[in-house]
Structures are given as structure tokens and as C-alpha cells.
Design a protein around this ligand. Structure first.
Ligand code: SF4
Length: 783
């Protein structure tokens, strides 16, 4: 009965698209013939309440960009193993029998790259067994698809299996926008956001602005879609895409492969974009067929040609922007003029065209010796990437050459690995001395144990076809200069073993003394016959929820711990708080919750909390990670670390607050930076300003973020001072209305009492979270 739709030829609307169709009809009813970008069409067609959202500010949906808060209903959630732990622990506290929307777990981040695929996988499974057991049992209990270790990297697996044009997905990983290559809106989020979608609550997003990238021309031989995004990162910098969806359009789009478009979307994360998206093209349809999804490709066609609610052309949901759609910013790139780029070191926006790279290396005195070349990962392990690389490896082989630098290959999934094995590509790499790593993140996320004698602290250069190159990102060595390039450029330069080699113009000397120049790479967009599915042991376990399954968490585990719900806000203002520490200068999410070795405790809130603020600078003493216990009975305050003091006060039932300066919580969306202080007893953070995402995260965990109305008041309040709130409870009860909130400060030592006016940005929903103790508490009781 919900499918009354058939077109003039009698074709039925594909079931996958019924909901989208209905929502889109509503969008069109509200916006009329207004021209929309593809991103807007998909996003607005996932609104919980179309009318309310689109008409909230003005009568023009375009004006909501950058201002309205959209409440969205994503189609699915994808989680990687590191972030899935906290997401699932939070989901479990809601006591629901199953997830409200489909979801998947991908075991990819915890496998170390060291000796090669088989050994590394076995070692990774052993070290992380209890985490994998936990994830698998939770998947079984709640009916979540489980991709075991070795199955592949989340973004590649999602592209191959779950991405469909028109869908909206959330992924608990910043490179989730990879699926935008197949015309989905996919946004990277933290665990708490994922849980909102998993329990069926609408998920909130500030309506993004749209940055249009018009592509013309066609890429030349040595140039790949990776170079498009490397170039764009150079233009826009790491912050240029913040608050935007990057939407590609123009005739150049039709010249790109589907996986090439995914690569460009993947690295939209490097310019800070909310997500990126490409229109649906012939290449998209070919990719769906090659990945055994012929039906999906047919559905997309039927849907695109299905007459809409109105009679006009606009009422068709084409997977592309409407003619004349407006962009908030527009960049035009002629693909024919693009040249290969190498970006880095240490930041993905330091872009150098290949022709300038030798000069730059010499001027900057970067190492000329290349110590390793690494290709693949979620960013660049497509069939096209790998066969292009294969073509140049074969030529070099024929000339008797071997790579001079270590050469590693990371397939993005078992499907691509098995297909490359079947088609002989992997054998070519093995013959060249390439080391095949497991289908996992490995060296892309610091999980790389090098055995090439490059000690920690030794400056050296590596080239990767990955997406990120922050200091220490690959091997934990802050002196490793990591440069990003396309897989074919990485490989050719690995043969030279040199960072100054330009494969387009320079030659190598063969063992017989001849001069060898690489021919331009040539590859196949996809395999001639559909992709292989690979080893059965890596196949997905898809299952209906099974309530009888016990989720595996040992009470003695050091890596996993069930979450206890946080206590609700008292039915009064807060009183008797003490300032734990007054922080000076930058305080990022890394400062609040360090990564590196602490990552292994991501599923164990008490254990990971031992790193809370452990690199913060004490404003009163200038010391790092030092706090003073003014409440201890001894005559002079005892000096301890910040997390030690927090733990002490937690045990004494002493609630506390932190005082800080500007942009508190900048950096990533890491939810642990909000969870940990809350767990240890923080009720308030008061500072000069907040980073937006962290401010939201604090509210979700029931911590009240406040800013000084007069930043000079930062100087009047210090460690050990006693603080009570005035007007806070009233404001929360009134759903965030009103700004008359003050802190009553009683100075430690002198007993002097004064009031400090503060500001807040608490919305109606957020007031409810805080009153309930956390967003999760509210979700758990169905609020
Ligand atoms: Fe993230 Fe790298 Fe893994 Fe991709 S391969 S998901 S970028 S860690």
C-alpha cells in the first residue's frame, strides 16, 4: 500500500527509494522550483520535519545554509573498530533490543603493519582479541553487520557494499565522506552522534554551505584524481572547507572513474569539509555492476526517471545539481591543466606540483633519499589505481629494475585484494619485491613497525598514497617527513629511491647501463569480470538481532568497561564546585584526551581517563600537567598531576570545573575529551571561547560549557576557588532561554566573594540533555 507509484511504462518505484521520493516531494512542495544542489536534494530529503526546517528562517531554503539546525534521519551508520567501542558501549546503556537503522562494524584500525599480511593479521587478532570479541558479540546481539579483521578498511568496504546514490549515512571516522563518490551524503561523526542515529533519534547538523567545484577537461596520462584533491587542498588549506559540503559538477566529472571520485571525496576531510559529493555518472553505474549490484544500478536509473510530485523538470530526482543551482563559493578546475602533486610534509595542504618538487626539496633541505613508498589504503587501492601502478612496475621489471626504497601495498578490502590476486597484479608487485600488508589501516594510522633501521628521531622521507600526513602519523617518528602523492607517483619514486626524481622527465639507469624512462601509467577502471569476493573467513556476518547473546566484556578487562549512566543535574543550581585547574593557552582535544598509546583504552573510560588534561599548562605555575590539592588536609597544598587530582576529587565526591582561555577543545570531534572530564566529576567548563564541536560534545555528556561575558574575568578566578552557579538551573528549565547566568566565586584563602557574568549557547534540546545528565540518559528513557 505504500507503493502506489508507477511511471508511464508501468515500472514501479524501487523500494529503496520510496522514502526518499516521498520526502523529496515534500521538499519540492516547500521550495517550489528553487534550484538545488545535489547535496541539498539528498540532505533535505532526509529531514525529520521538512517544513519546519526549511521554513524556519525565511521562505527561501537557500538562506538556511550556514544557519538552520537540520534534524536529519540518516539511512545507516558505519563504524570502525576503534571508535565503535565507545559508540556501542553508549548504545548498550540505552537498553534497546536492536539498532533503529542498519549499521556495520569494520575491524581495520587495530592491525599493525610489520612483516606482511598473514603474520600481521594473526598478531593483530591475538593482541586485540577481546576487543574483536566484544564488537562481534555486540553485532550479533543488536543485528549489526560485522566485518572481521582482514575483511577490509571501512571506507572501501562501505563503497563496495553499502553506498547507494541518494543515501545519507553517518560513519564514526573522519574519512567516511569517501562514499560521496557514489553520490551519497556521508558524514564523519563521533560515537555519541552515531548513537543518536542508532537509537532512532534525529541527528542534528548546522545546514552546511555548498562549495561548488566545476570540473572541465580531462586528466593527462600521469595525472590522477588524487592530484585533483591534492591540488584543491593546496588552494583551500586545511580549514578552507569548514562548514561546507564540497560538490563537484561540470563536464570533467564524466571523465572520472567512480573510485577516482571516491578518492577526491575521501580527502575532502583534509580541507575540513563536512562531506563531499559527486553526481551519478555512467562510471557510477559501471561500478555498481562490477561490484555485483546490477539491481542497484537499475534502481538508480528508474528512480532518476520517475515522474515527481509536480509536473516540472525539477520534480525528477536526478542525482546531480539542478541547472542554475547556486553555490556559496565556486572553484573551477581544468583537469587537462592539472599536473601531479606531492603534498607535505606534516600537513596535507602544503602542495607542490611535481615539476617543482625537486627544487623545493633542495631549497627546504628535505631528505633526498626516499626510505619507503607505501600505496593503497582506504584512499587509493582501487582496481584502477593498482593496475596503473602495475603497468609501470611491469615496464621497470622488463628493464631489470627493482624499487630502491621499501615498497608496501595495502589493499583496501578483501574483495579488491582477491581480484588483484586473480588478475595477476599482486604477483607483479611480489616479483618486484613489494610487501603486501593486510587489508587494514596499518601504517596509515601509526600502526607501522619499521625494520629498516630508521630509528625514532631520525629525519627521513617517505611517500604514501594515503590521505593524512600529520607528524608521527605513520610510524610514530616525529622526524619522518611524510609526503602524499598518487600511487603511481609513489611507486615510480620508490624505484628511484629519491625524492628529487621526476618520473615524467627523468630517467633511471638499468643494470645493463641503458637509460630507462617510465612510460605513462595505463590501467583499467575496473576488472573485466566482476570483482572476486575473496576468502570466506573475511566475509561479512549479517544477522538479525539475537537478544540471547551476551555481550563479551570481562569485568577484569583493561580495555573495555561498561558505562555507568551519569547522574542527572540537581534540581537546583550547582554549588560547592571547586576549580580543578586553570589552564593557560591552547587546550585542544589532544590536550584533554591524548591519543597515541592511550588509543588502546578507547573502550575503557576509567583507564583512558588517567590521561585527562595531561598536557595542559597550569596558568598559575606555568607547569605542564601539575595541579595542587588545596582541599587536602596537609598544611601546604600537595602537588599532583591533573588527572590524579581529578581522580582524588571524584573519590571524595567533590565536583569541579576547569577555567581556560580561547578555543577550548579545538582539534578533532573526539568525544572522549568530553566524556573523561564528566566521568571524573567536571560539571562546568568556563573559558574565553569554545571550539564549536567540542562545546556540543560537552553538552551531550552533561557538562555545562560557559564563556566569560568579560574575558578579563579569567584573571579573577583560580585553582581551588569555590564556585556556585546563579540562574543556570532556571535557564536550563526554560530550555536555554535567557542569558542571566552568573558564577558566584569564593576565593580560596581570602574568602572574598564576587560574581562573574557568563554566557552560554544552550539550545532547547541541549538543555534537556544537561538536565537528564547526558544526551544518552535522555535517549535511554526515550526522550
Ligand atoms: Fe583512516 Fe587511514 Fe584507515 Fe583510511 S586507512 S580509515 S584514513 S586510518
Amino acid at each position: 500500500s505504500t507503493r502506489p507509484y508507477s511511471n508511464s511504462t508501468g515500472a514501479l518505484l524501487p523500494p529503496t527509494y520510496e522514502r526518499l521520493y516521498n520526502k523529496y516531494a515534500e521538499v519540492r512542495r516547500v521550495l517550489g522550483t528553487q534550484r538545488l544542489t545535489l547535496a541539498e536534494k539528498i540532505l533535505y530529503s532526509h529531514l525529520d520535519n521538512v517544513e519546519e526546517s526549511l521554513l524556519s528562517n525565511t521562505n527561501n531554503g537557500r538562506d538556511i545554509r550556514g544557519s538552520a539546525n537540520l534534524k536529519l534521519r540518516p539511512d545507516r551508520v558505519n563504524m570502525q573498530d576503534a571508535s565503535a567501542q565507545m559508540a556501542l558501549l553508549q548504545f548498550m546503556s540505552c537498553n534497546l533490543p536492536q539498532t533503529a537503522i542498519p549499521a556495520s562494524i569494520h575491524c581495520d584500525h587495530l592491525i599493525v603493519g610489520e612483516r606482511g599480511a598473514d603474520d600481521d593479521l594473526a598478531a593483530g587478532v591475538k593482541t586485540n582479541q577481546e576487543v574483536f570479541d566484544f564488537l562481534e558479540s555486540a553485532a550479533k546481539k543488536y543485528g549489526i553487520d560485522f566485518w572481521p579483521p582482514g575483511a577490509g578498511i571501512i571506507h572501501q568496504t562501505v563503497l563496495e557494499n553499502y553506498a547507494l546514490p541518494g543515501l545519507m549515512m553517518l560513519g564514526t571516522d573522519s574519512h567516511s565522506p569517501n562514499a560521496g563518490g557514489l553520490s551519497t551524503i556521508t558524514i564523519g561523526v563521533g560515537g555519541a552522534d552515531a548513537v543518536e542515529a542508532l537509537v532512532g533519534a534525529p541527528w542534528e547538523l548546522k545546514a552546511p554551505k555548498i562549495l561548488g567545484v566545476k570540473l572541465t577537461g580531462k586528466l593527462n596520462d600521469w595525472v590522477s584524481p588524487k592530484d585533483l584533491i591534492l591540488h584543491l587542498a593546496g588552494l583551500l588549506t586545511v580549514r578552507g572547507g569548514t562548514g561546507y559540503i564540497v560538490e563537484y559538477f561540470g563536464p570533467g566529472v564524466d571523465t572520472l572513474s567512480l573510485t577516482g571520485m571516491a578518492t577526491a571525496c575521501n580527502m575532502g576531510a583534509e580541507i575540513g569539509a563536512t562531506t563531499s559529493i559527486f553526481p551519478y555518472t555512467e562510471a557510477s553505474s559501471r561500478y555498481l555492476k562490477a561490484t555485483r549490484r546490477e539491481q542497484a544500478s537499475r534502481n538508480a536509473e528508474v528512480f532518476q526517471n520517475f515522474p515527481g510530485a509536480g509536473a516540472s523538470e525539477d520534480s525528477f530526482f536526478k542525482f546531480k545539481a539542478d541547472e542554475g543551482a547556486q553555490y556559496d563559493q565556486l572553484i573551477e578546475i581544468d583537469l587537462s591543466k592539472l599536473e601531479p602533486h606531492i603534498n607535505g610534509p606534516f600537513t596535507p595542504d602544503l602542495a607542490t606540483p611535481l615539476s617543482q618538487f625537486k627544487k623545493t626539496v633542495q631549497e627546504e633541505q628535505w631528505p633526498e633519499k626516499l626510505s619507503a613508498g607505501l600505496i593503497g589504503s582506504c584512499t587509493n587501492s582501487s582496481y584502477e589505481d593498482m593496475t596503473r601502478v602495475e603497468s609501470i612496475v611491469r615496464e621497470a621489471q622488463k628493464a631489470g629494475l627493482k624499487p630502491k626504497a621499501d615498497f608496501y601495498i595495502t589493499p583496501g578490502s578483501e574483495q579488491i585484494r582477491a581480484t588483484l590476486e586473480r588478475d595477476g597484479t599482486l604477483q607483479t608487485f611480489a616479483d618486484a619485491g613489494g610487501i603486501l600488508l593486510s587489508n587494514a589501516c596499518g601504517p596509515c594510522i601509526g600502526q607501522w613497525k619499521r625494520h629498516d633501521g630508521v630509528e625514532k628521531g631520525t629525519p627521513n622521507a617517505i611517500l604514501t598514497s594515503y590521505n593524512r600526513n600529520f607528524r608521527g602519523r605513520n610510524d610514530g617518528n616525529p622526524e619522518t617527513m611524510n609526503f602524499l602523492a598518487s600511487p603511481e607517483i609513489v611507486t615510480a619514486m620508490a624505484y628511484a629511491g629519491s625524492t628529487t626524481f621526476n618520473p615524467m622527465t627523468d630517467t633511471l639507469t638499468t643494470p645493463s647501463g641503458a637509460e630507462f624512462r617510465f612510460p605513462p601509467p595505463r590501467g583499467l577502471e575496473g576488472p573485466q569480470t566482476p570483482f572476486e569476493q575473496g576468502k570466506q573467513v573475511f566475509a561479512v556476518a549479517s544477522q538479525p538481532p539475537n537478544p540471547s547473546v551476551q555481550v563479551a566484556i570481562s569485568p577484569s578487562s583493561e580495555r573495555l568497561a561498561l558505562l555507568e549512566p551519569f547522574e542527572p543535574f540537581p534540581q537546583s543550581d550547582l554549588s560547592g564546585l571547586r576549580v580543578l585547574v586553570k589552564v593557560a593557552g591552547k587546550c585542544t582535544t589532544d590536550t584533554i584526551s591524548a591519543a597515541g598509546p592511550w588509543l588502546k583504552y578507547k573502550g575503557h573510560l576509567p583507564n583512558i581517563s588517567a590521561n585527562t588534561l595531561n598536557t595542559a599548562v597550569n596558568a598559575e605555575t606555568g607547569e605542564v600537567n601539575a595541579a595542587y590539592d588545596y582541599l587536602s588536609s596537609s598544611s601546604s597544598p600537595e602537588k599532583v598531576t591533573i588527572p590524579e587530582l581529578a581522580q582524588r576529587w571524584k573519590e571524595r565526591g567533590q565536583p569541579w570545573l576547569v577555567v581556560a582561555e580561547h578555543n577550548y577543545g579545538e582539534g578533532s570531534a573526539r568525544e572522549h575529551a568530553a566524556l573523561q572530564p564528566r566521568y571524573l566529576g567536571a560539571r562546568v567548563i568556563v573559558c574565553k571561547s569554545f571550539a564549536r564541536i567540542h562545546e556540543t560534545n560537552l553538552k551531550k555528556q552533561g557538562v555545562v560549557p560557559l564563556t566569560f561575558a568579560d574575558p578579563a574575568d579569567y584573571d579573577r578566578i583560580g585553582a581551588g576557588d569555590e564556585v556556585a552557579t546563579i540562574g543556570l538551573y532556571d535557564m536550563l528549565q526554560r530550555g536555554g532561554q535567557g542569558q542571566d547566568v552568573r558564577l558566584k566565586v569564593t576565593k580560596r584563602g581570602t574568602g572574598e566573594v564576587f560574581e562573574i557574568p557568563v554566557r552560554h549557547a544552550v539550545s532547547e534540546d541541549q538543555a534537556k540533555f544537561i538536565l537528564a545528565g547526558s544526551a544518552l540518559n535522555l535517549l535511554a528513557r526515550g526522550g
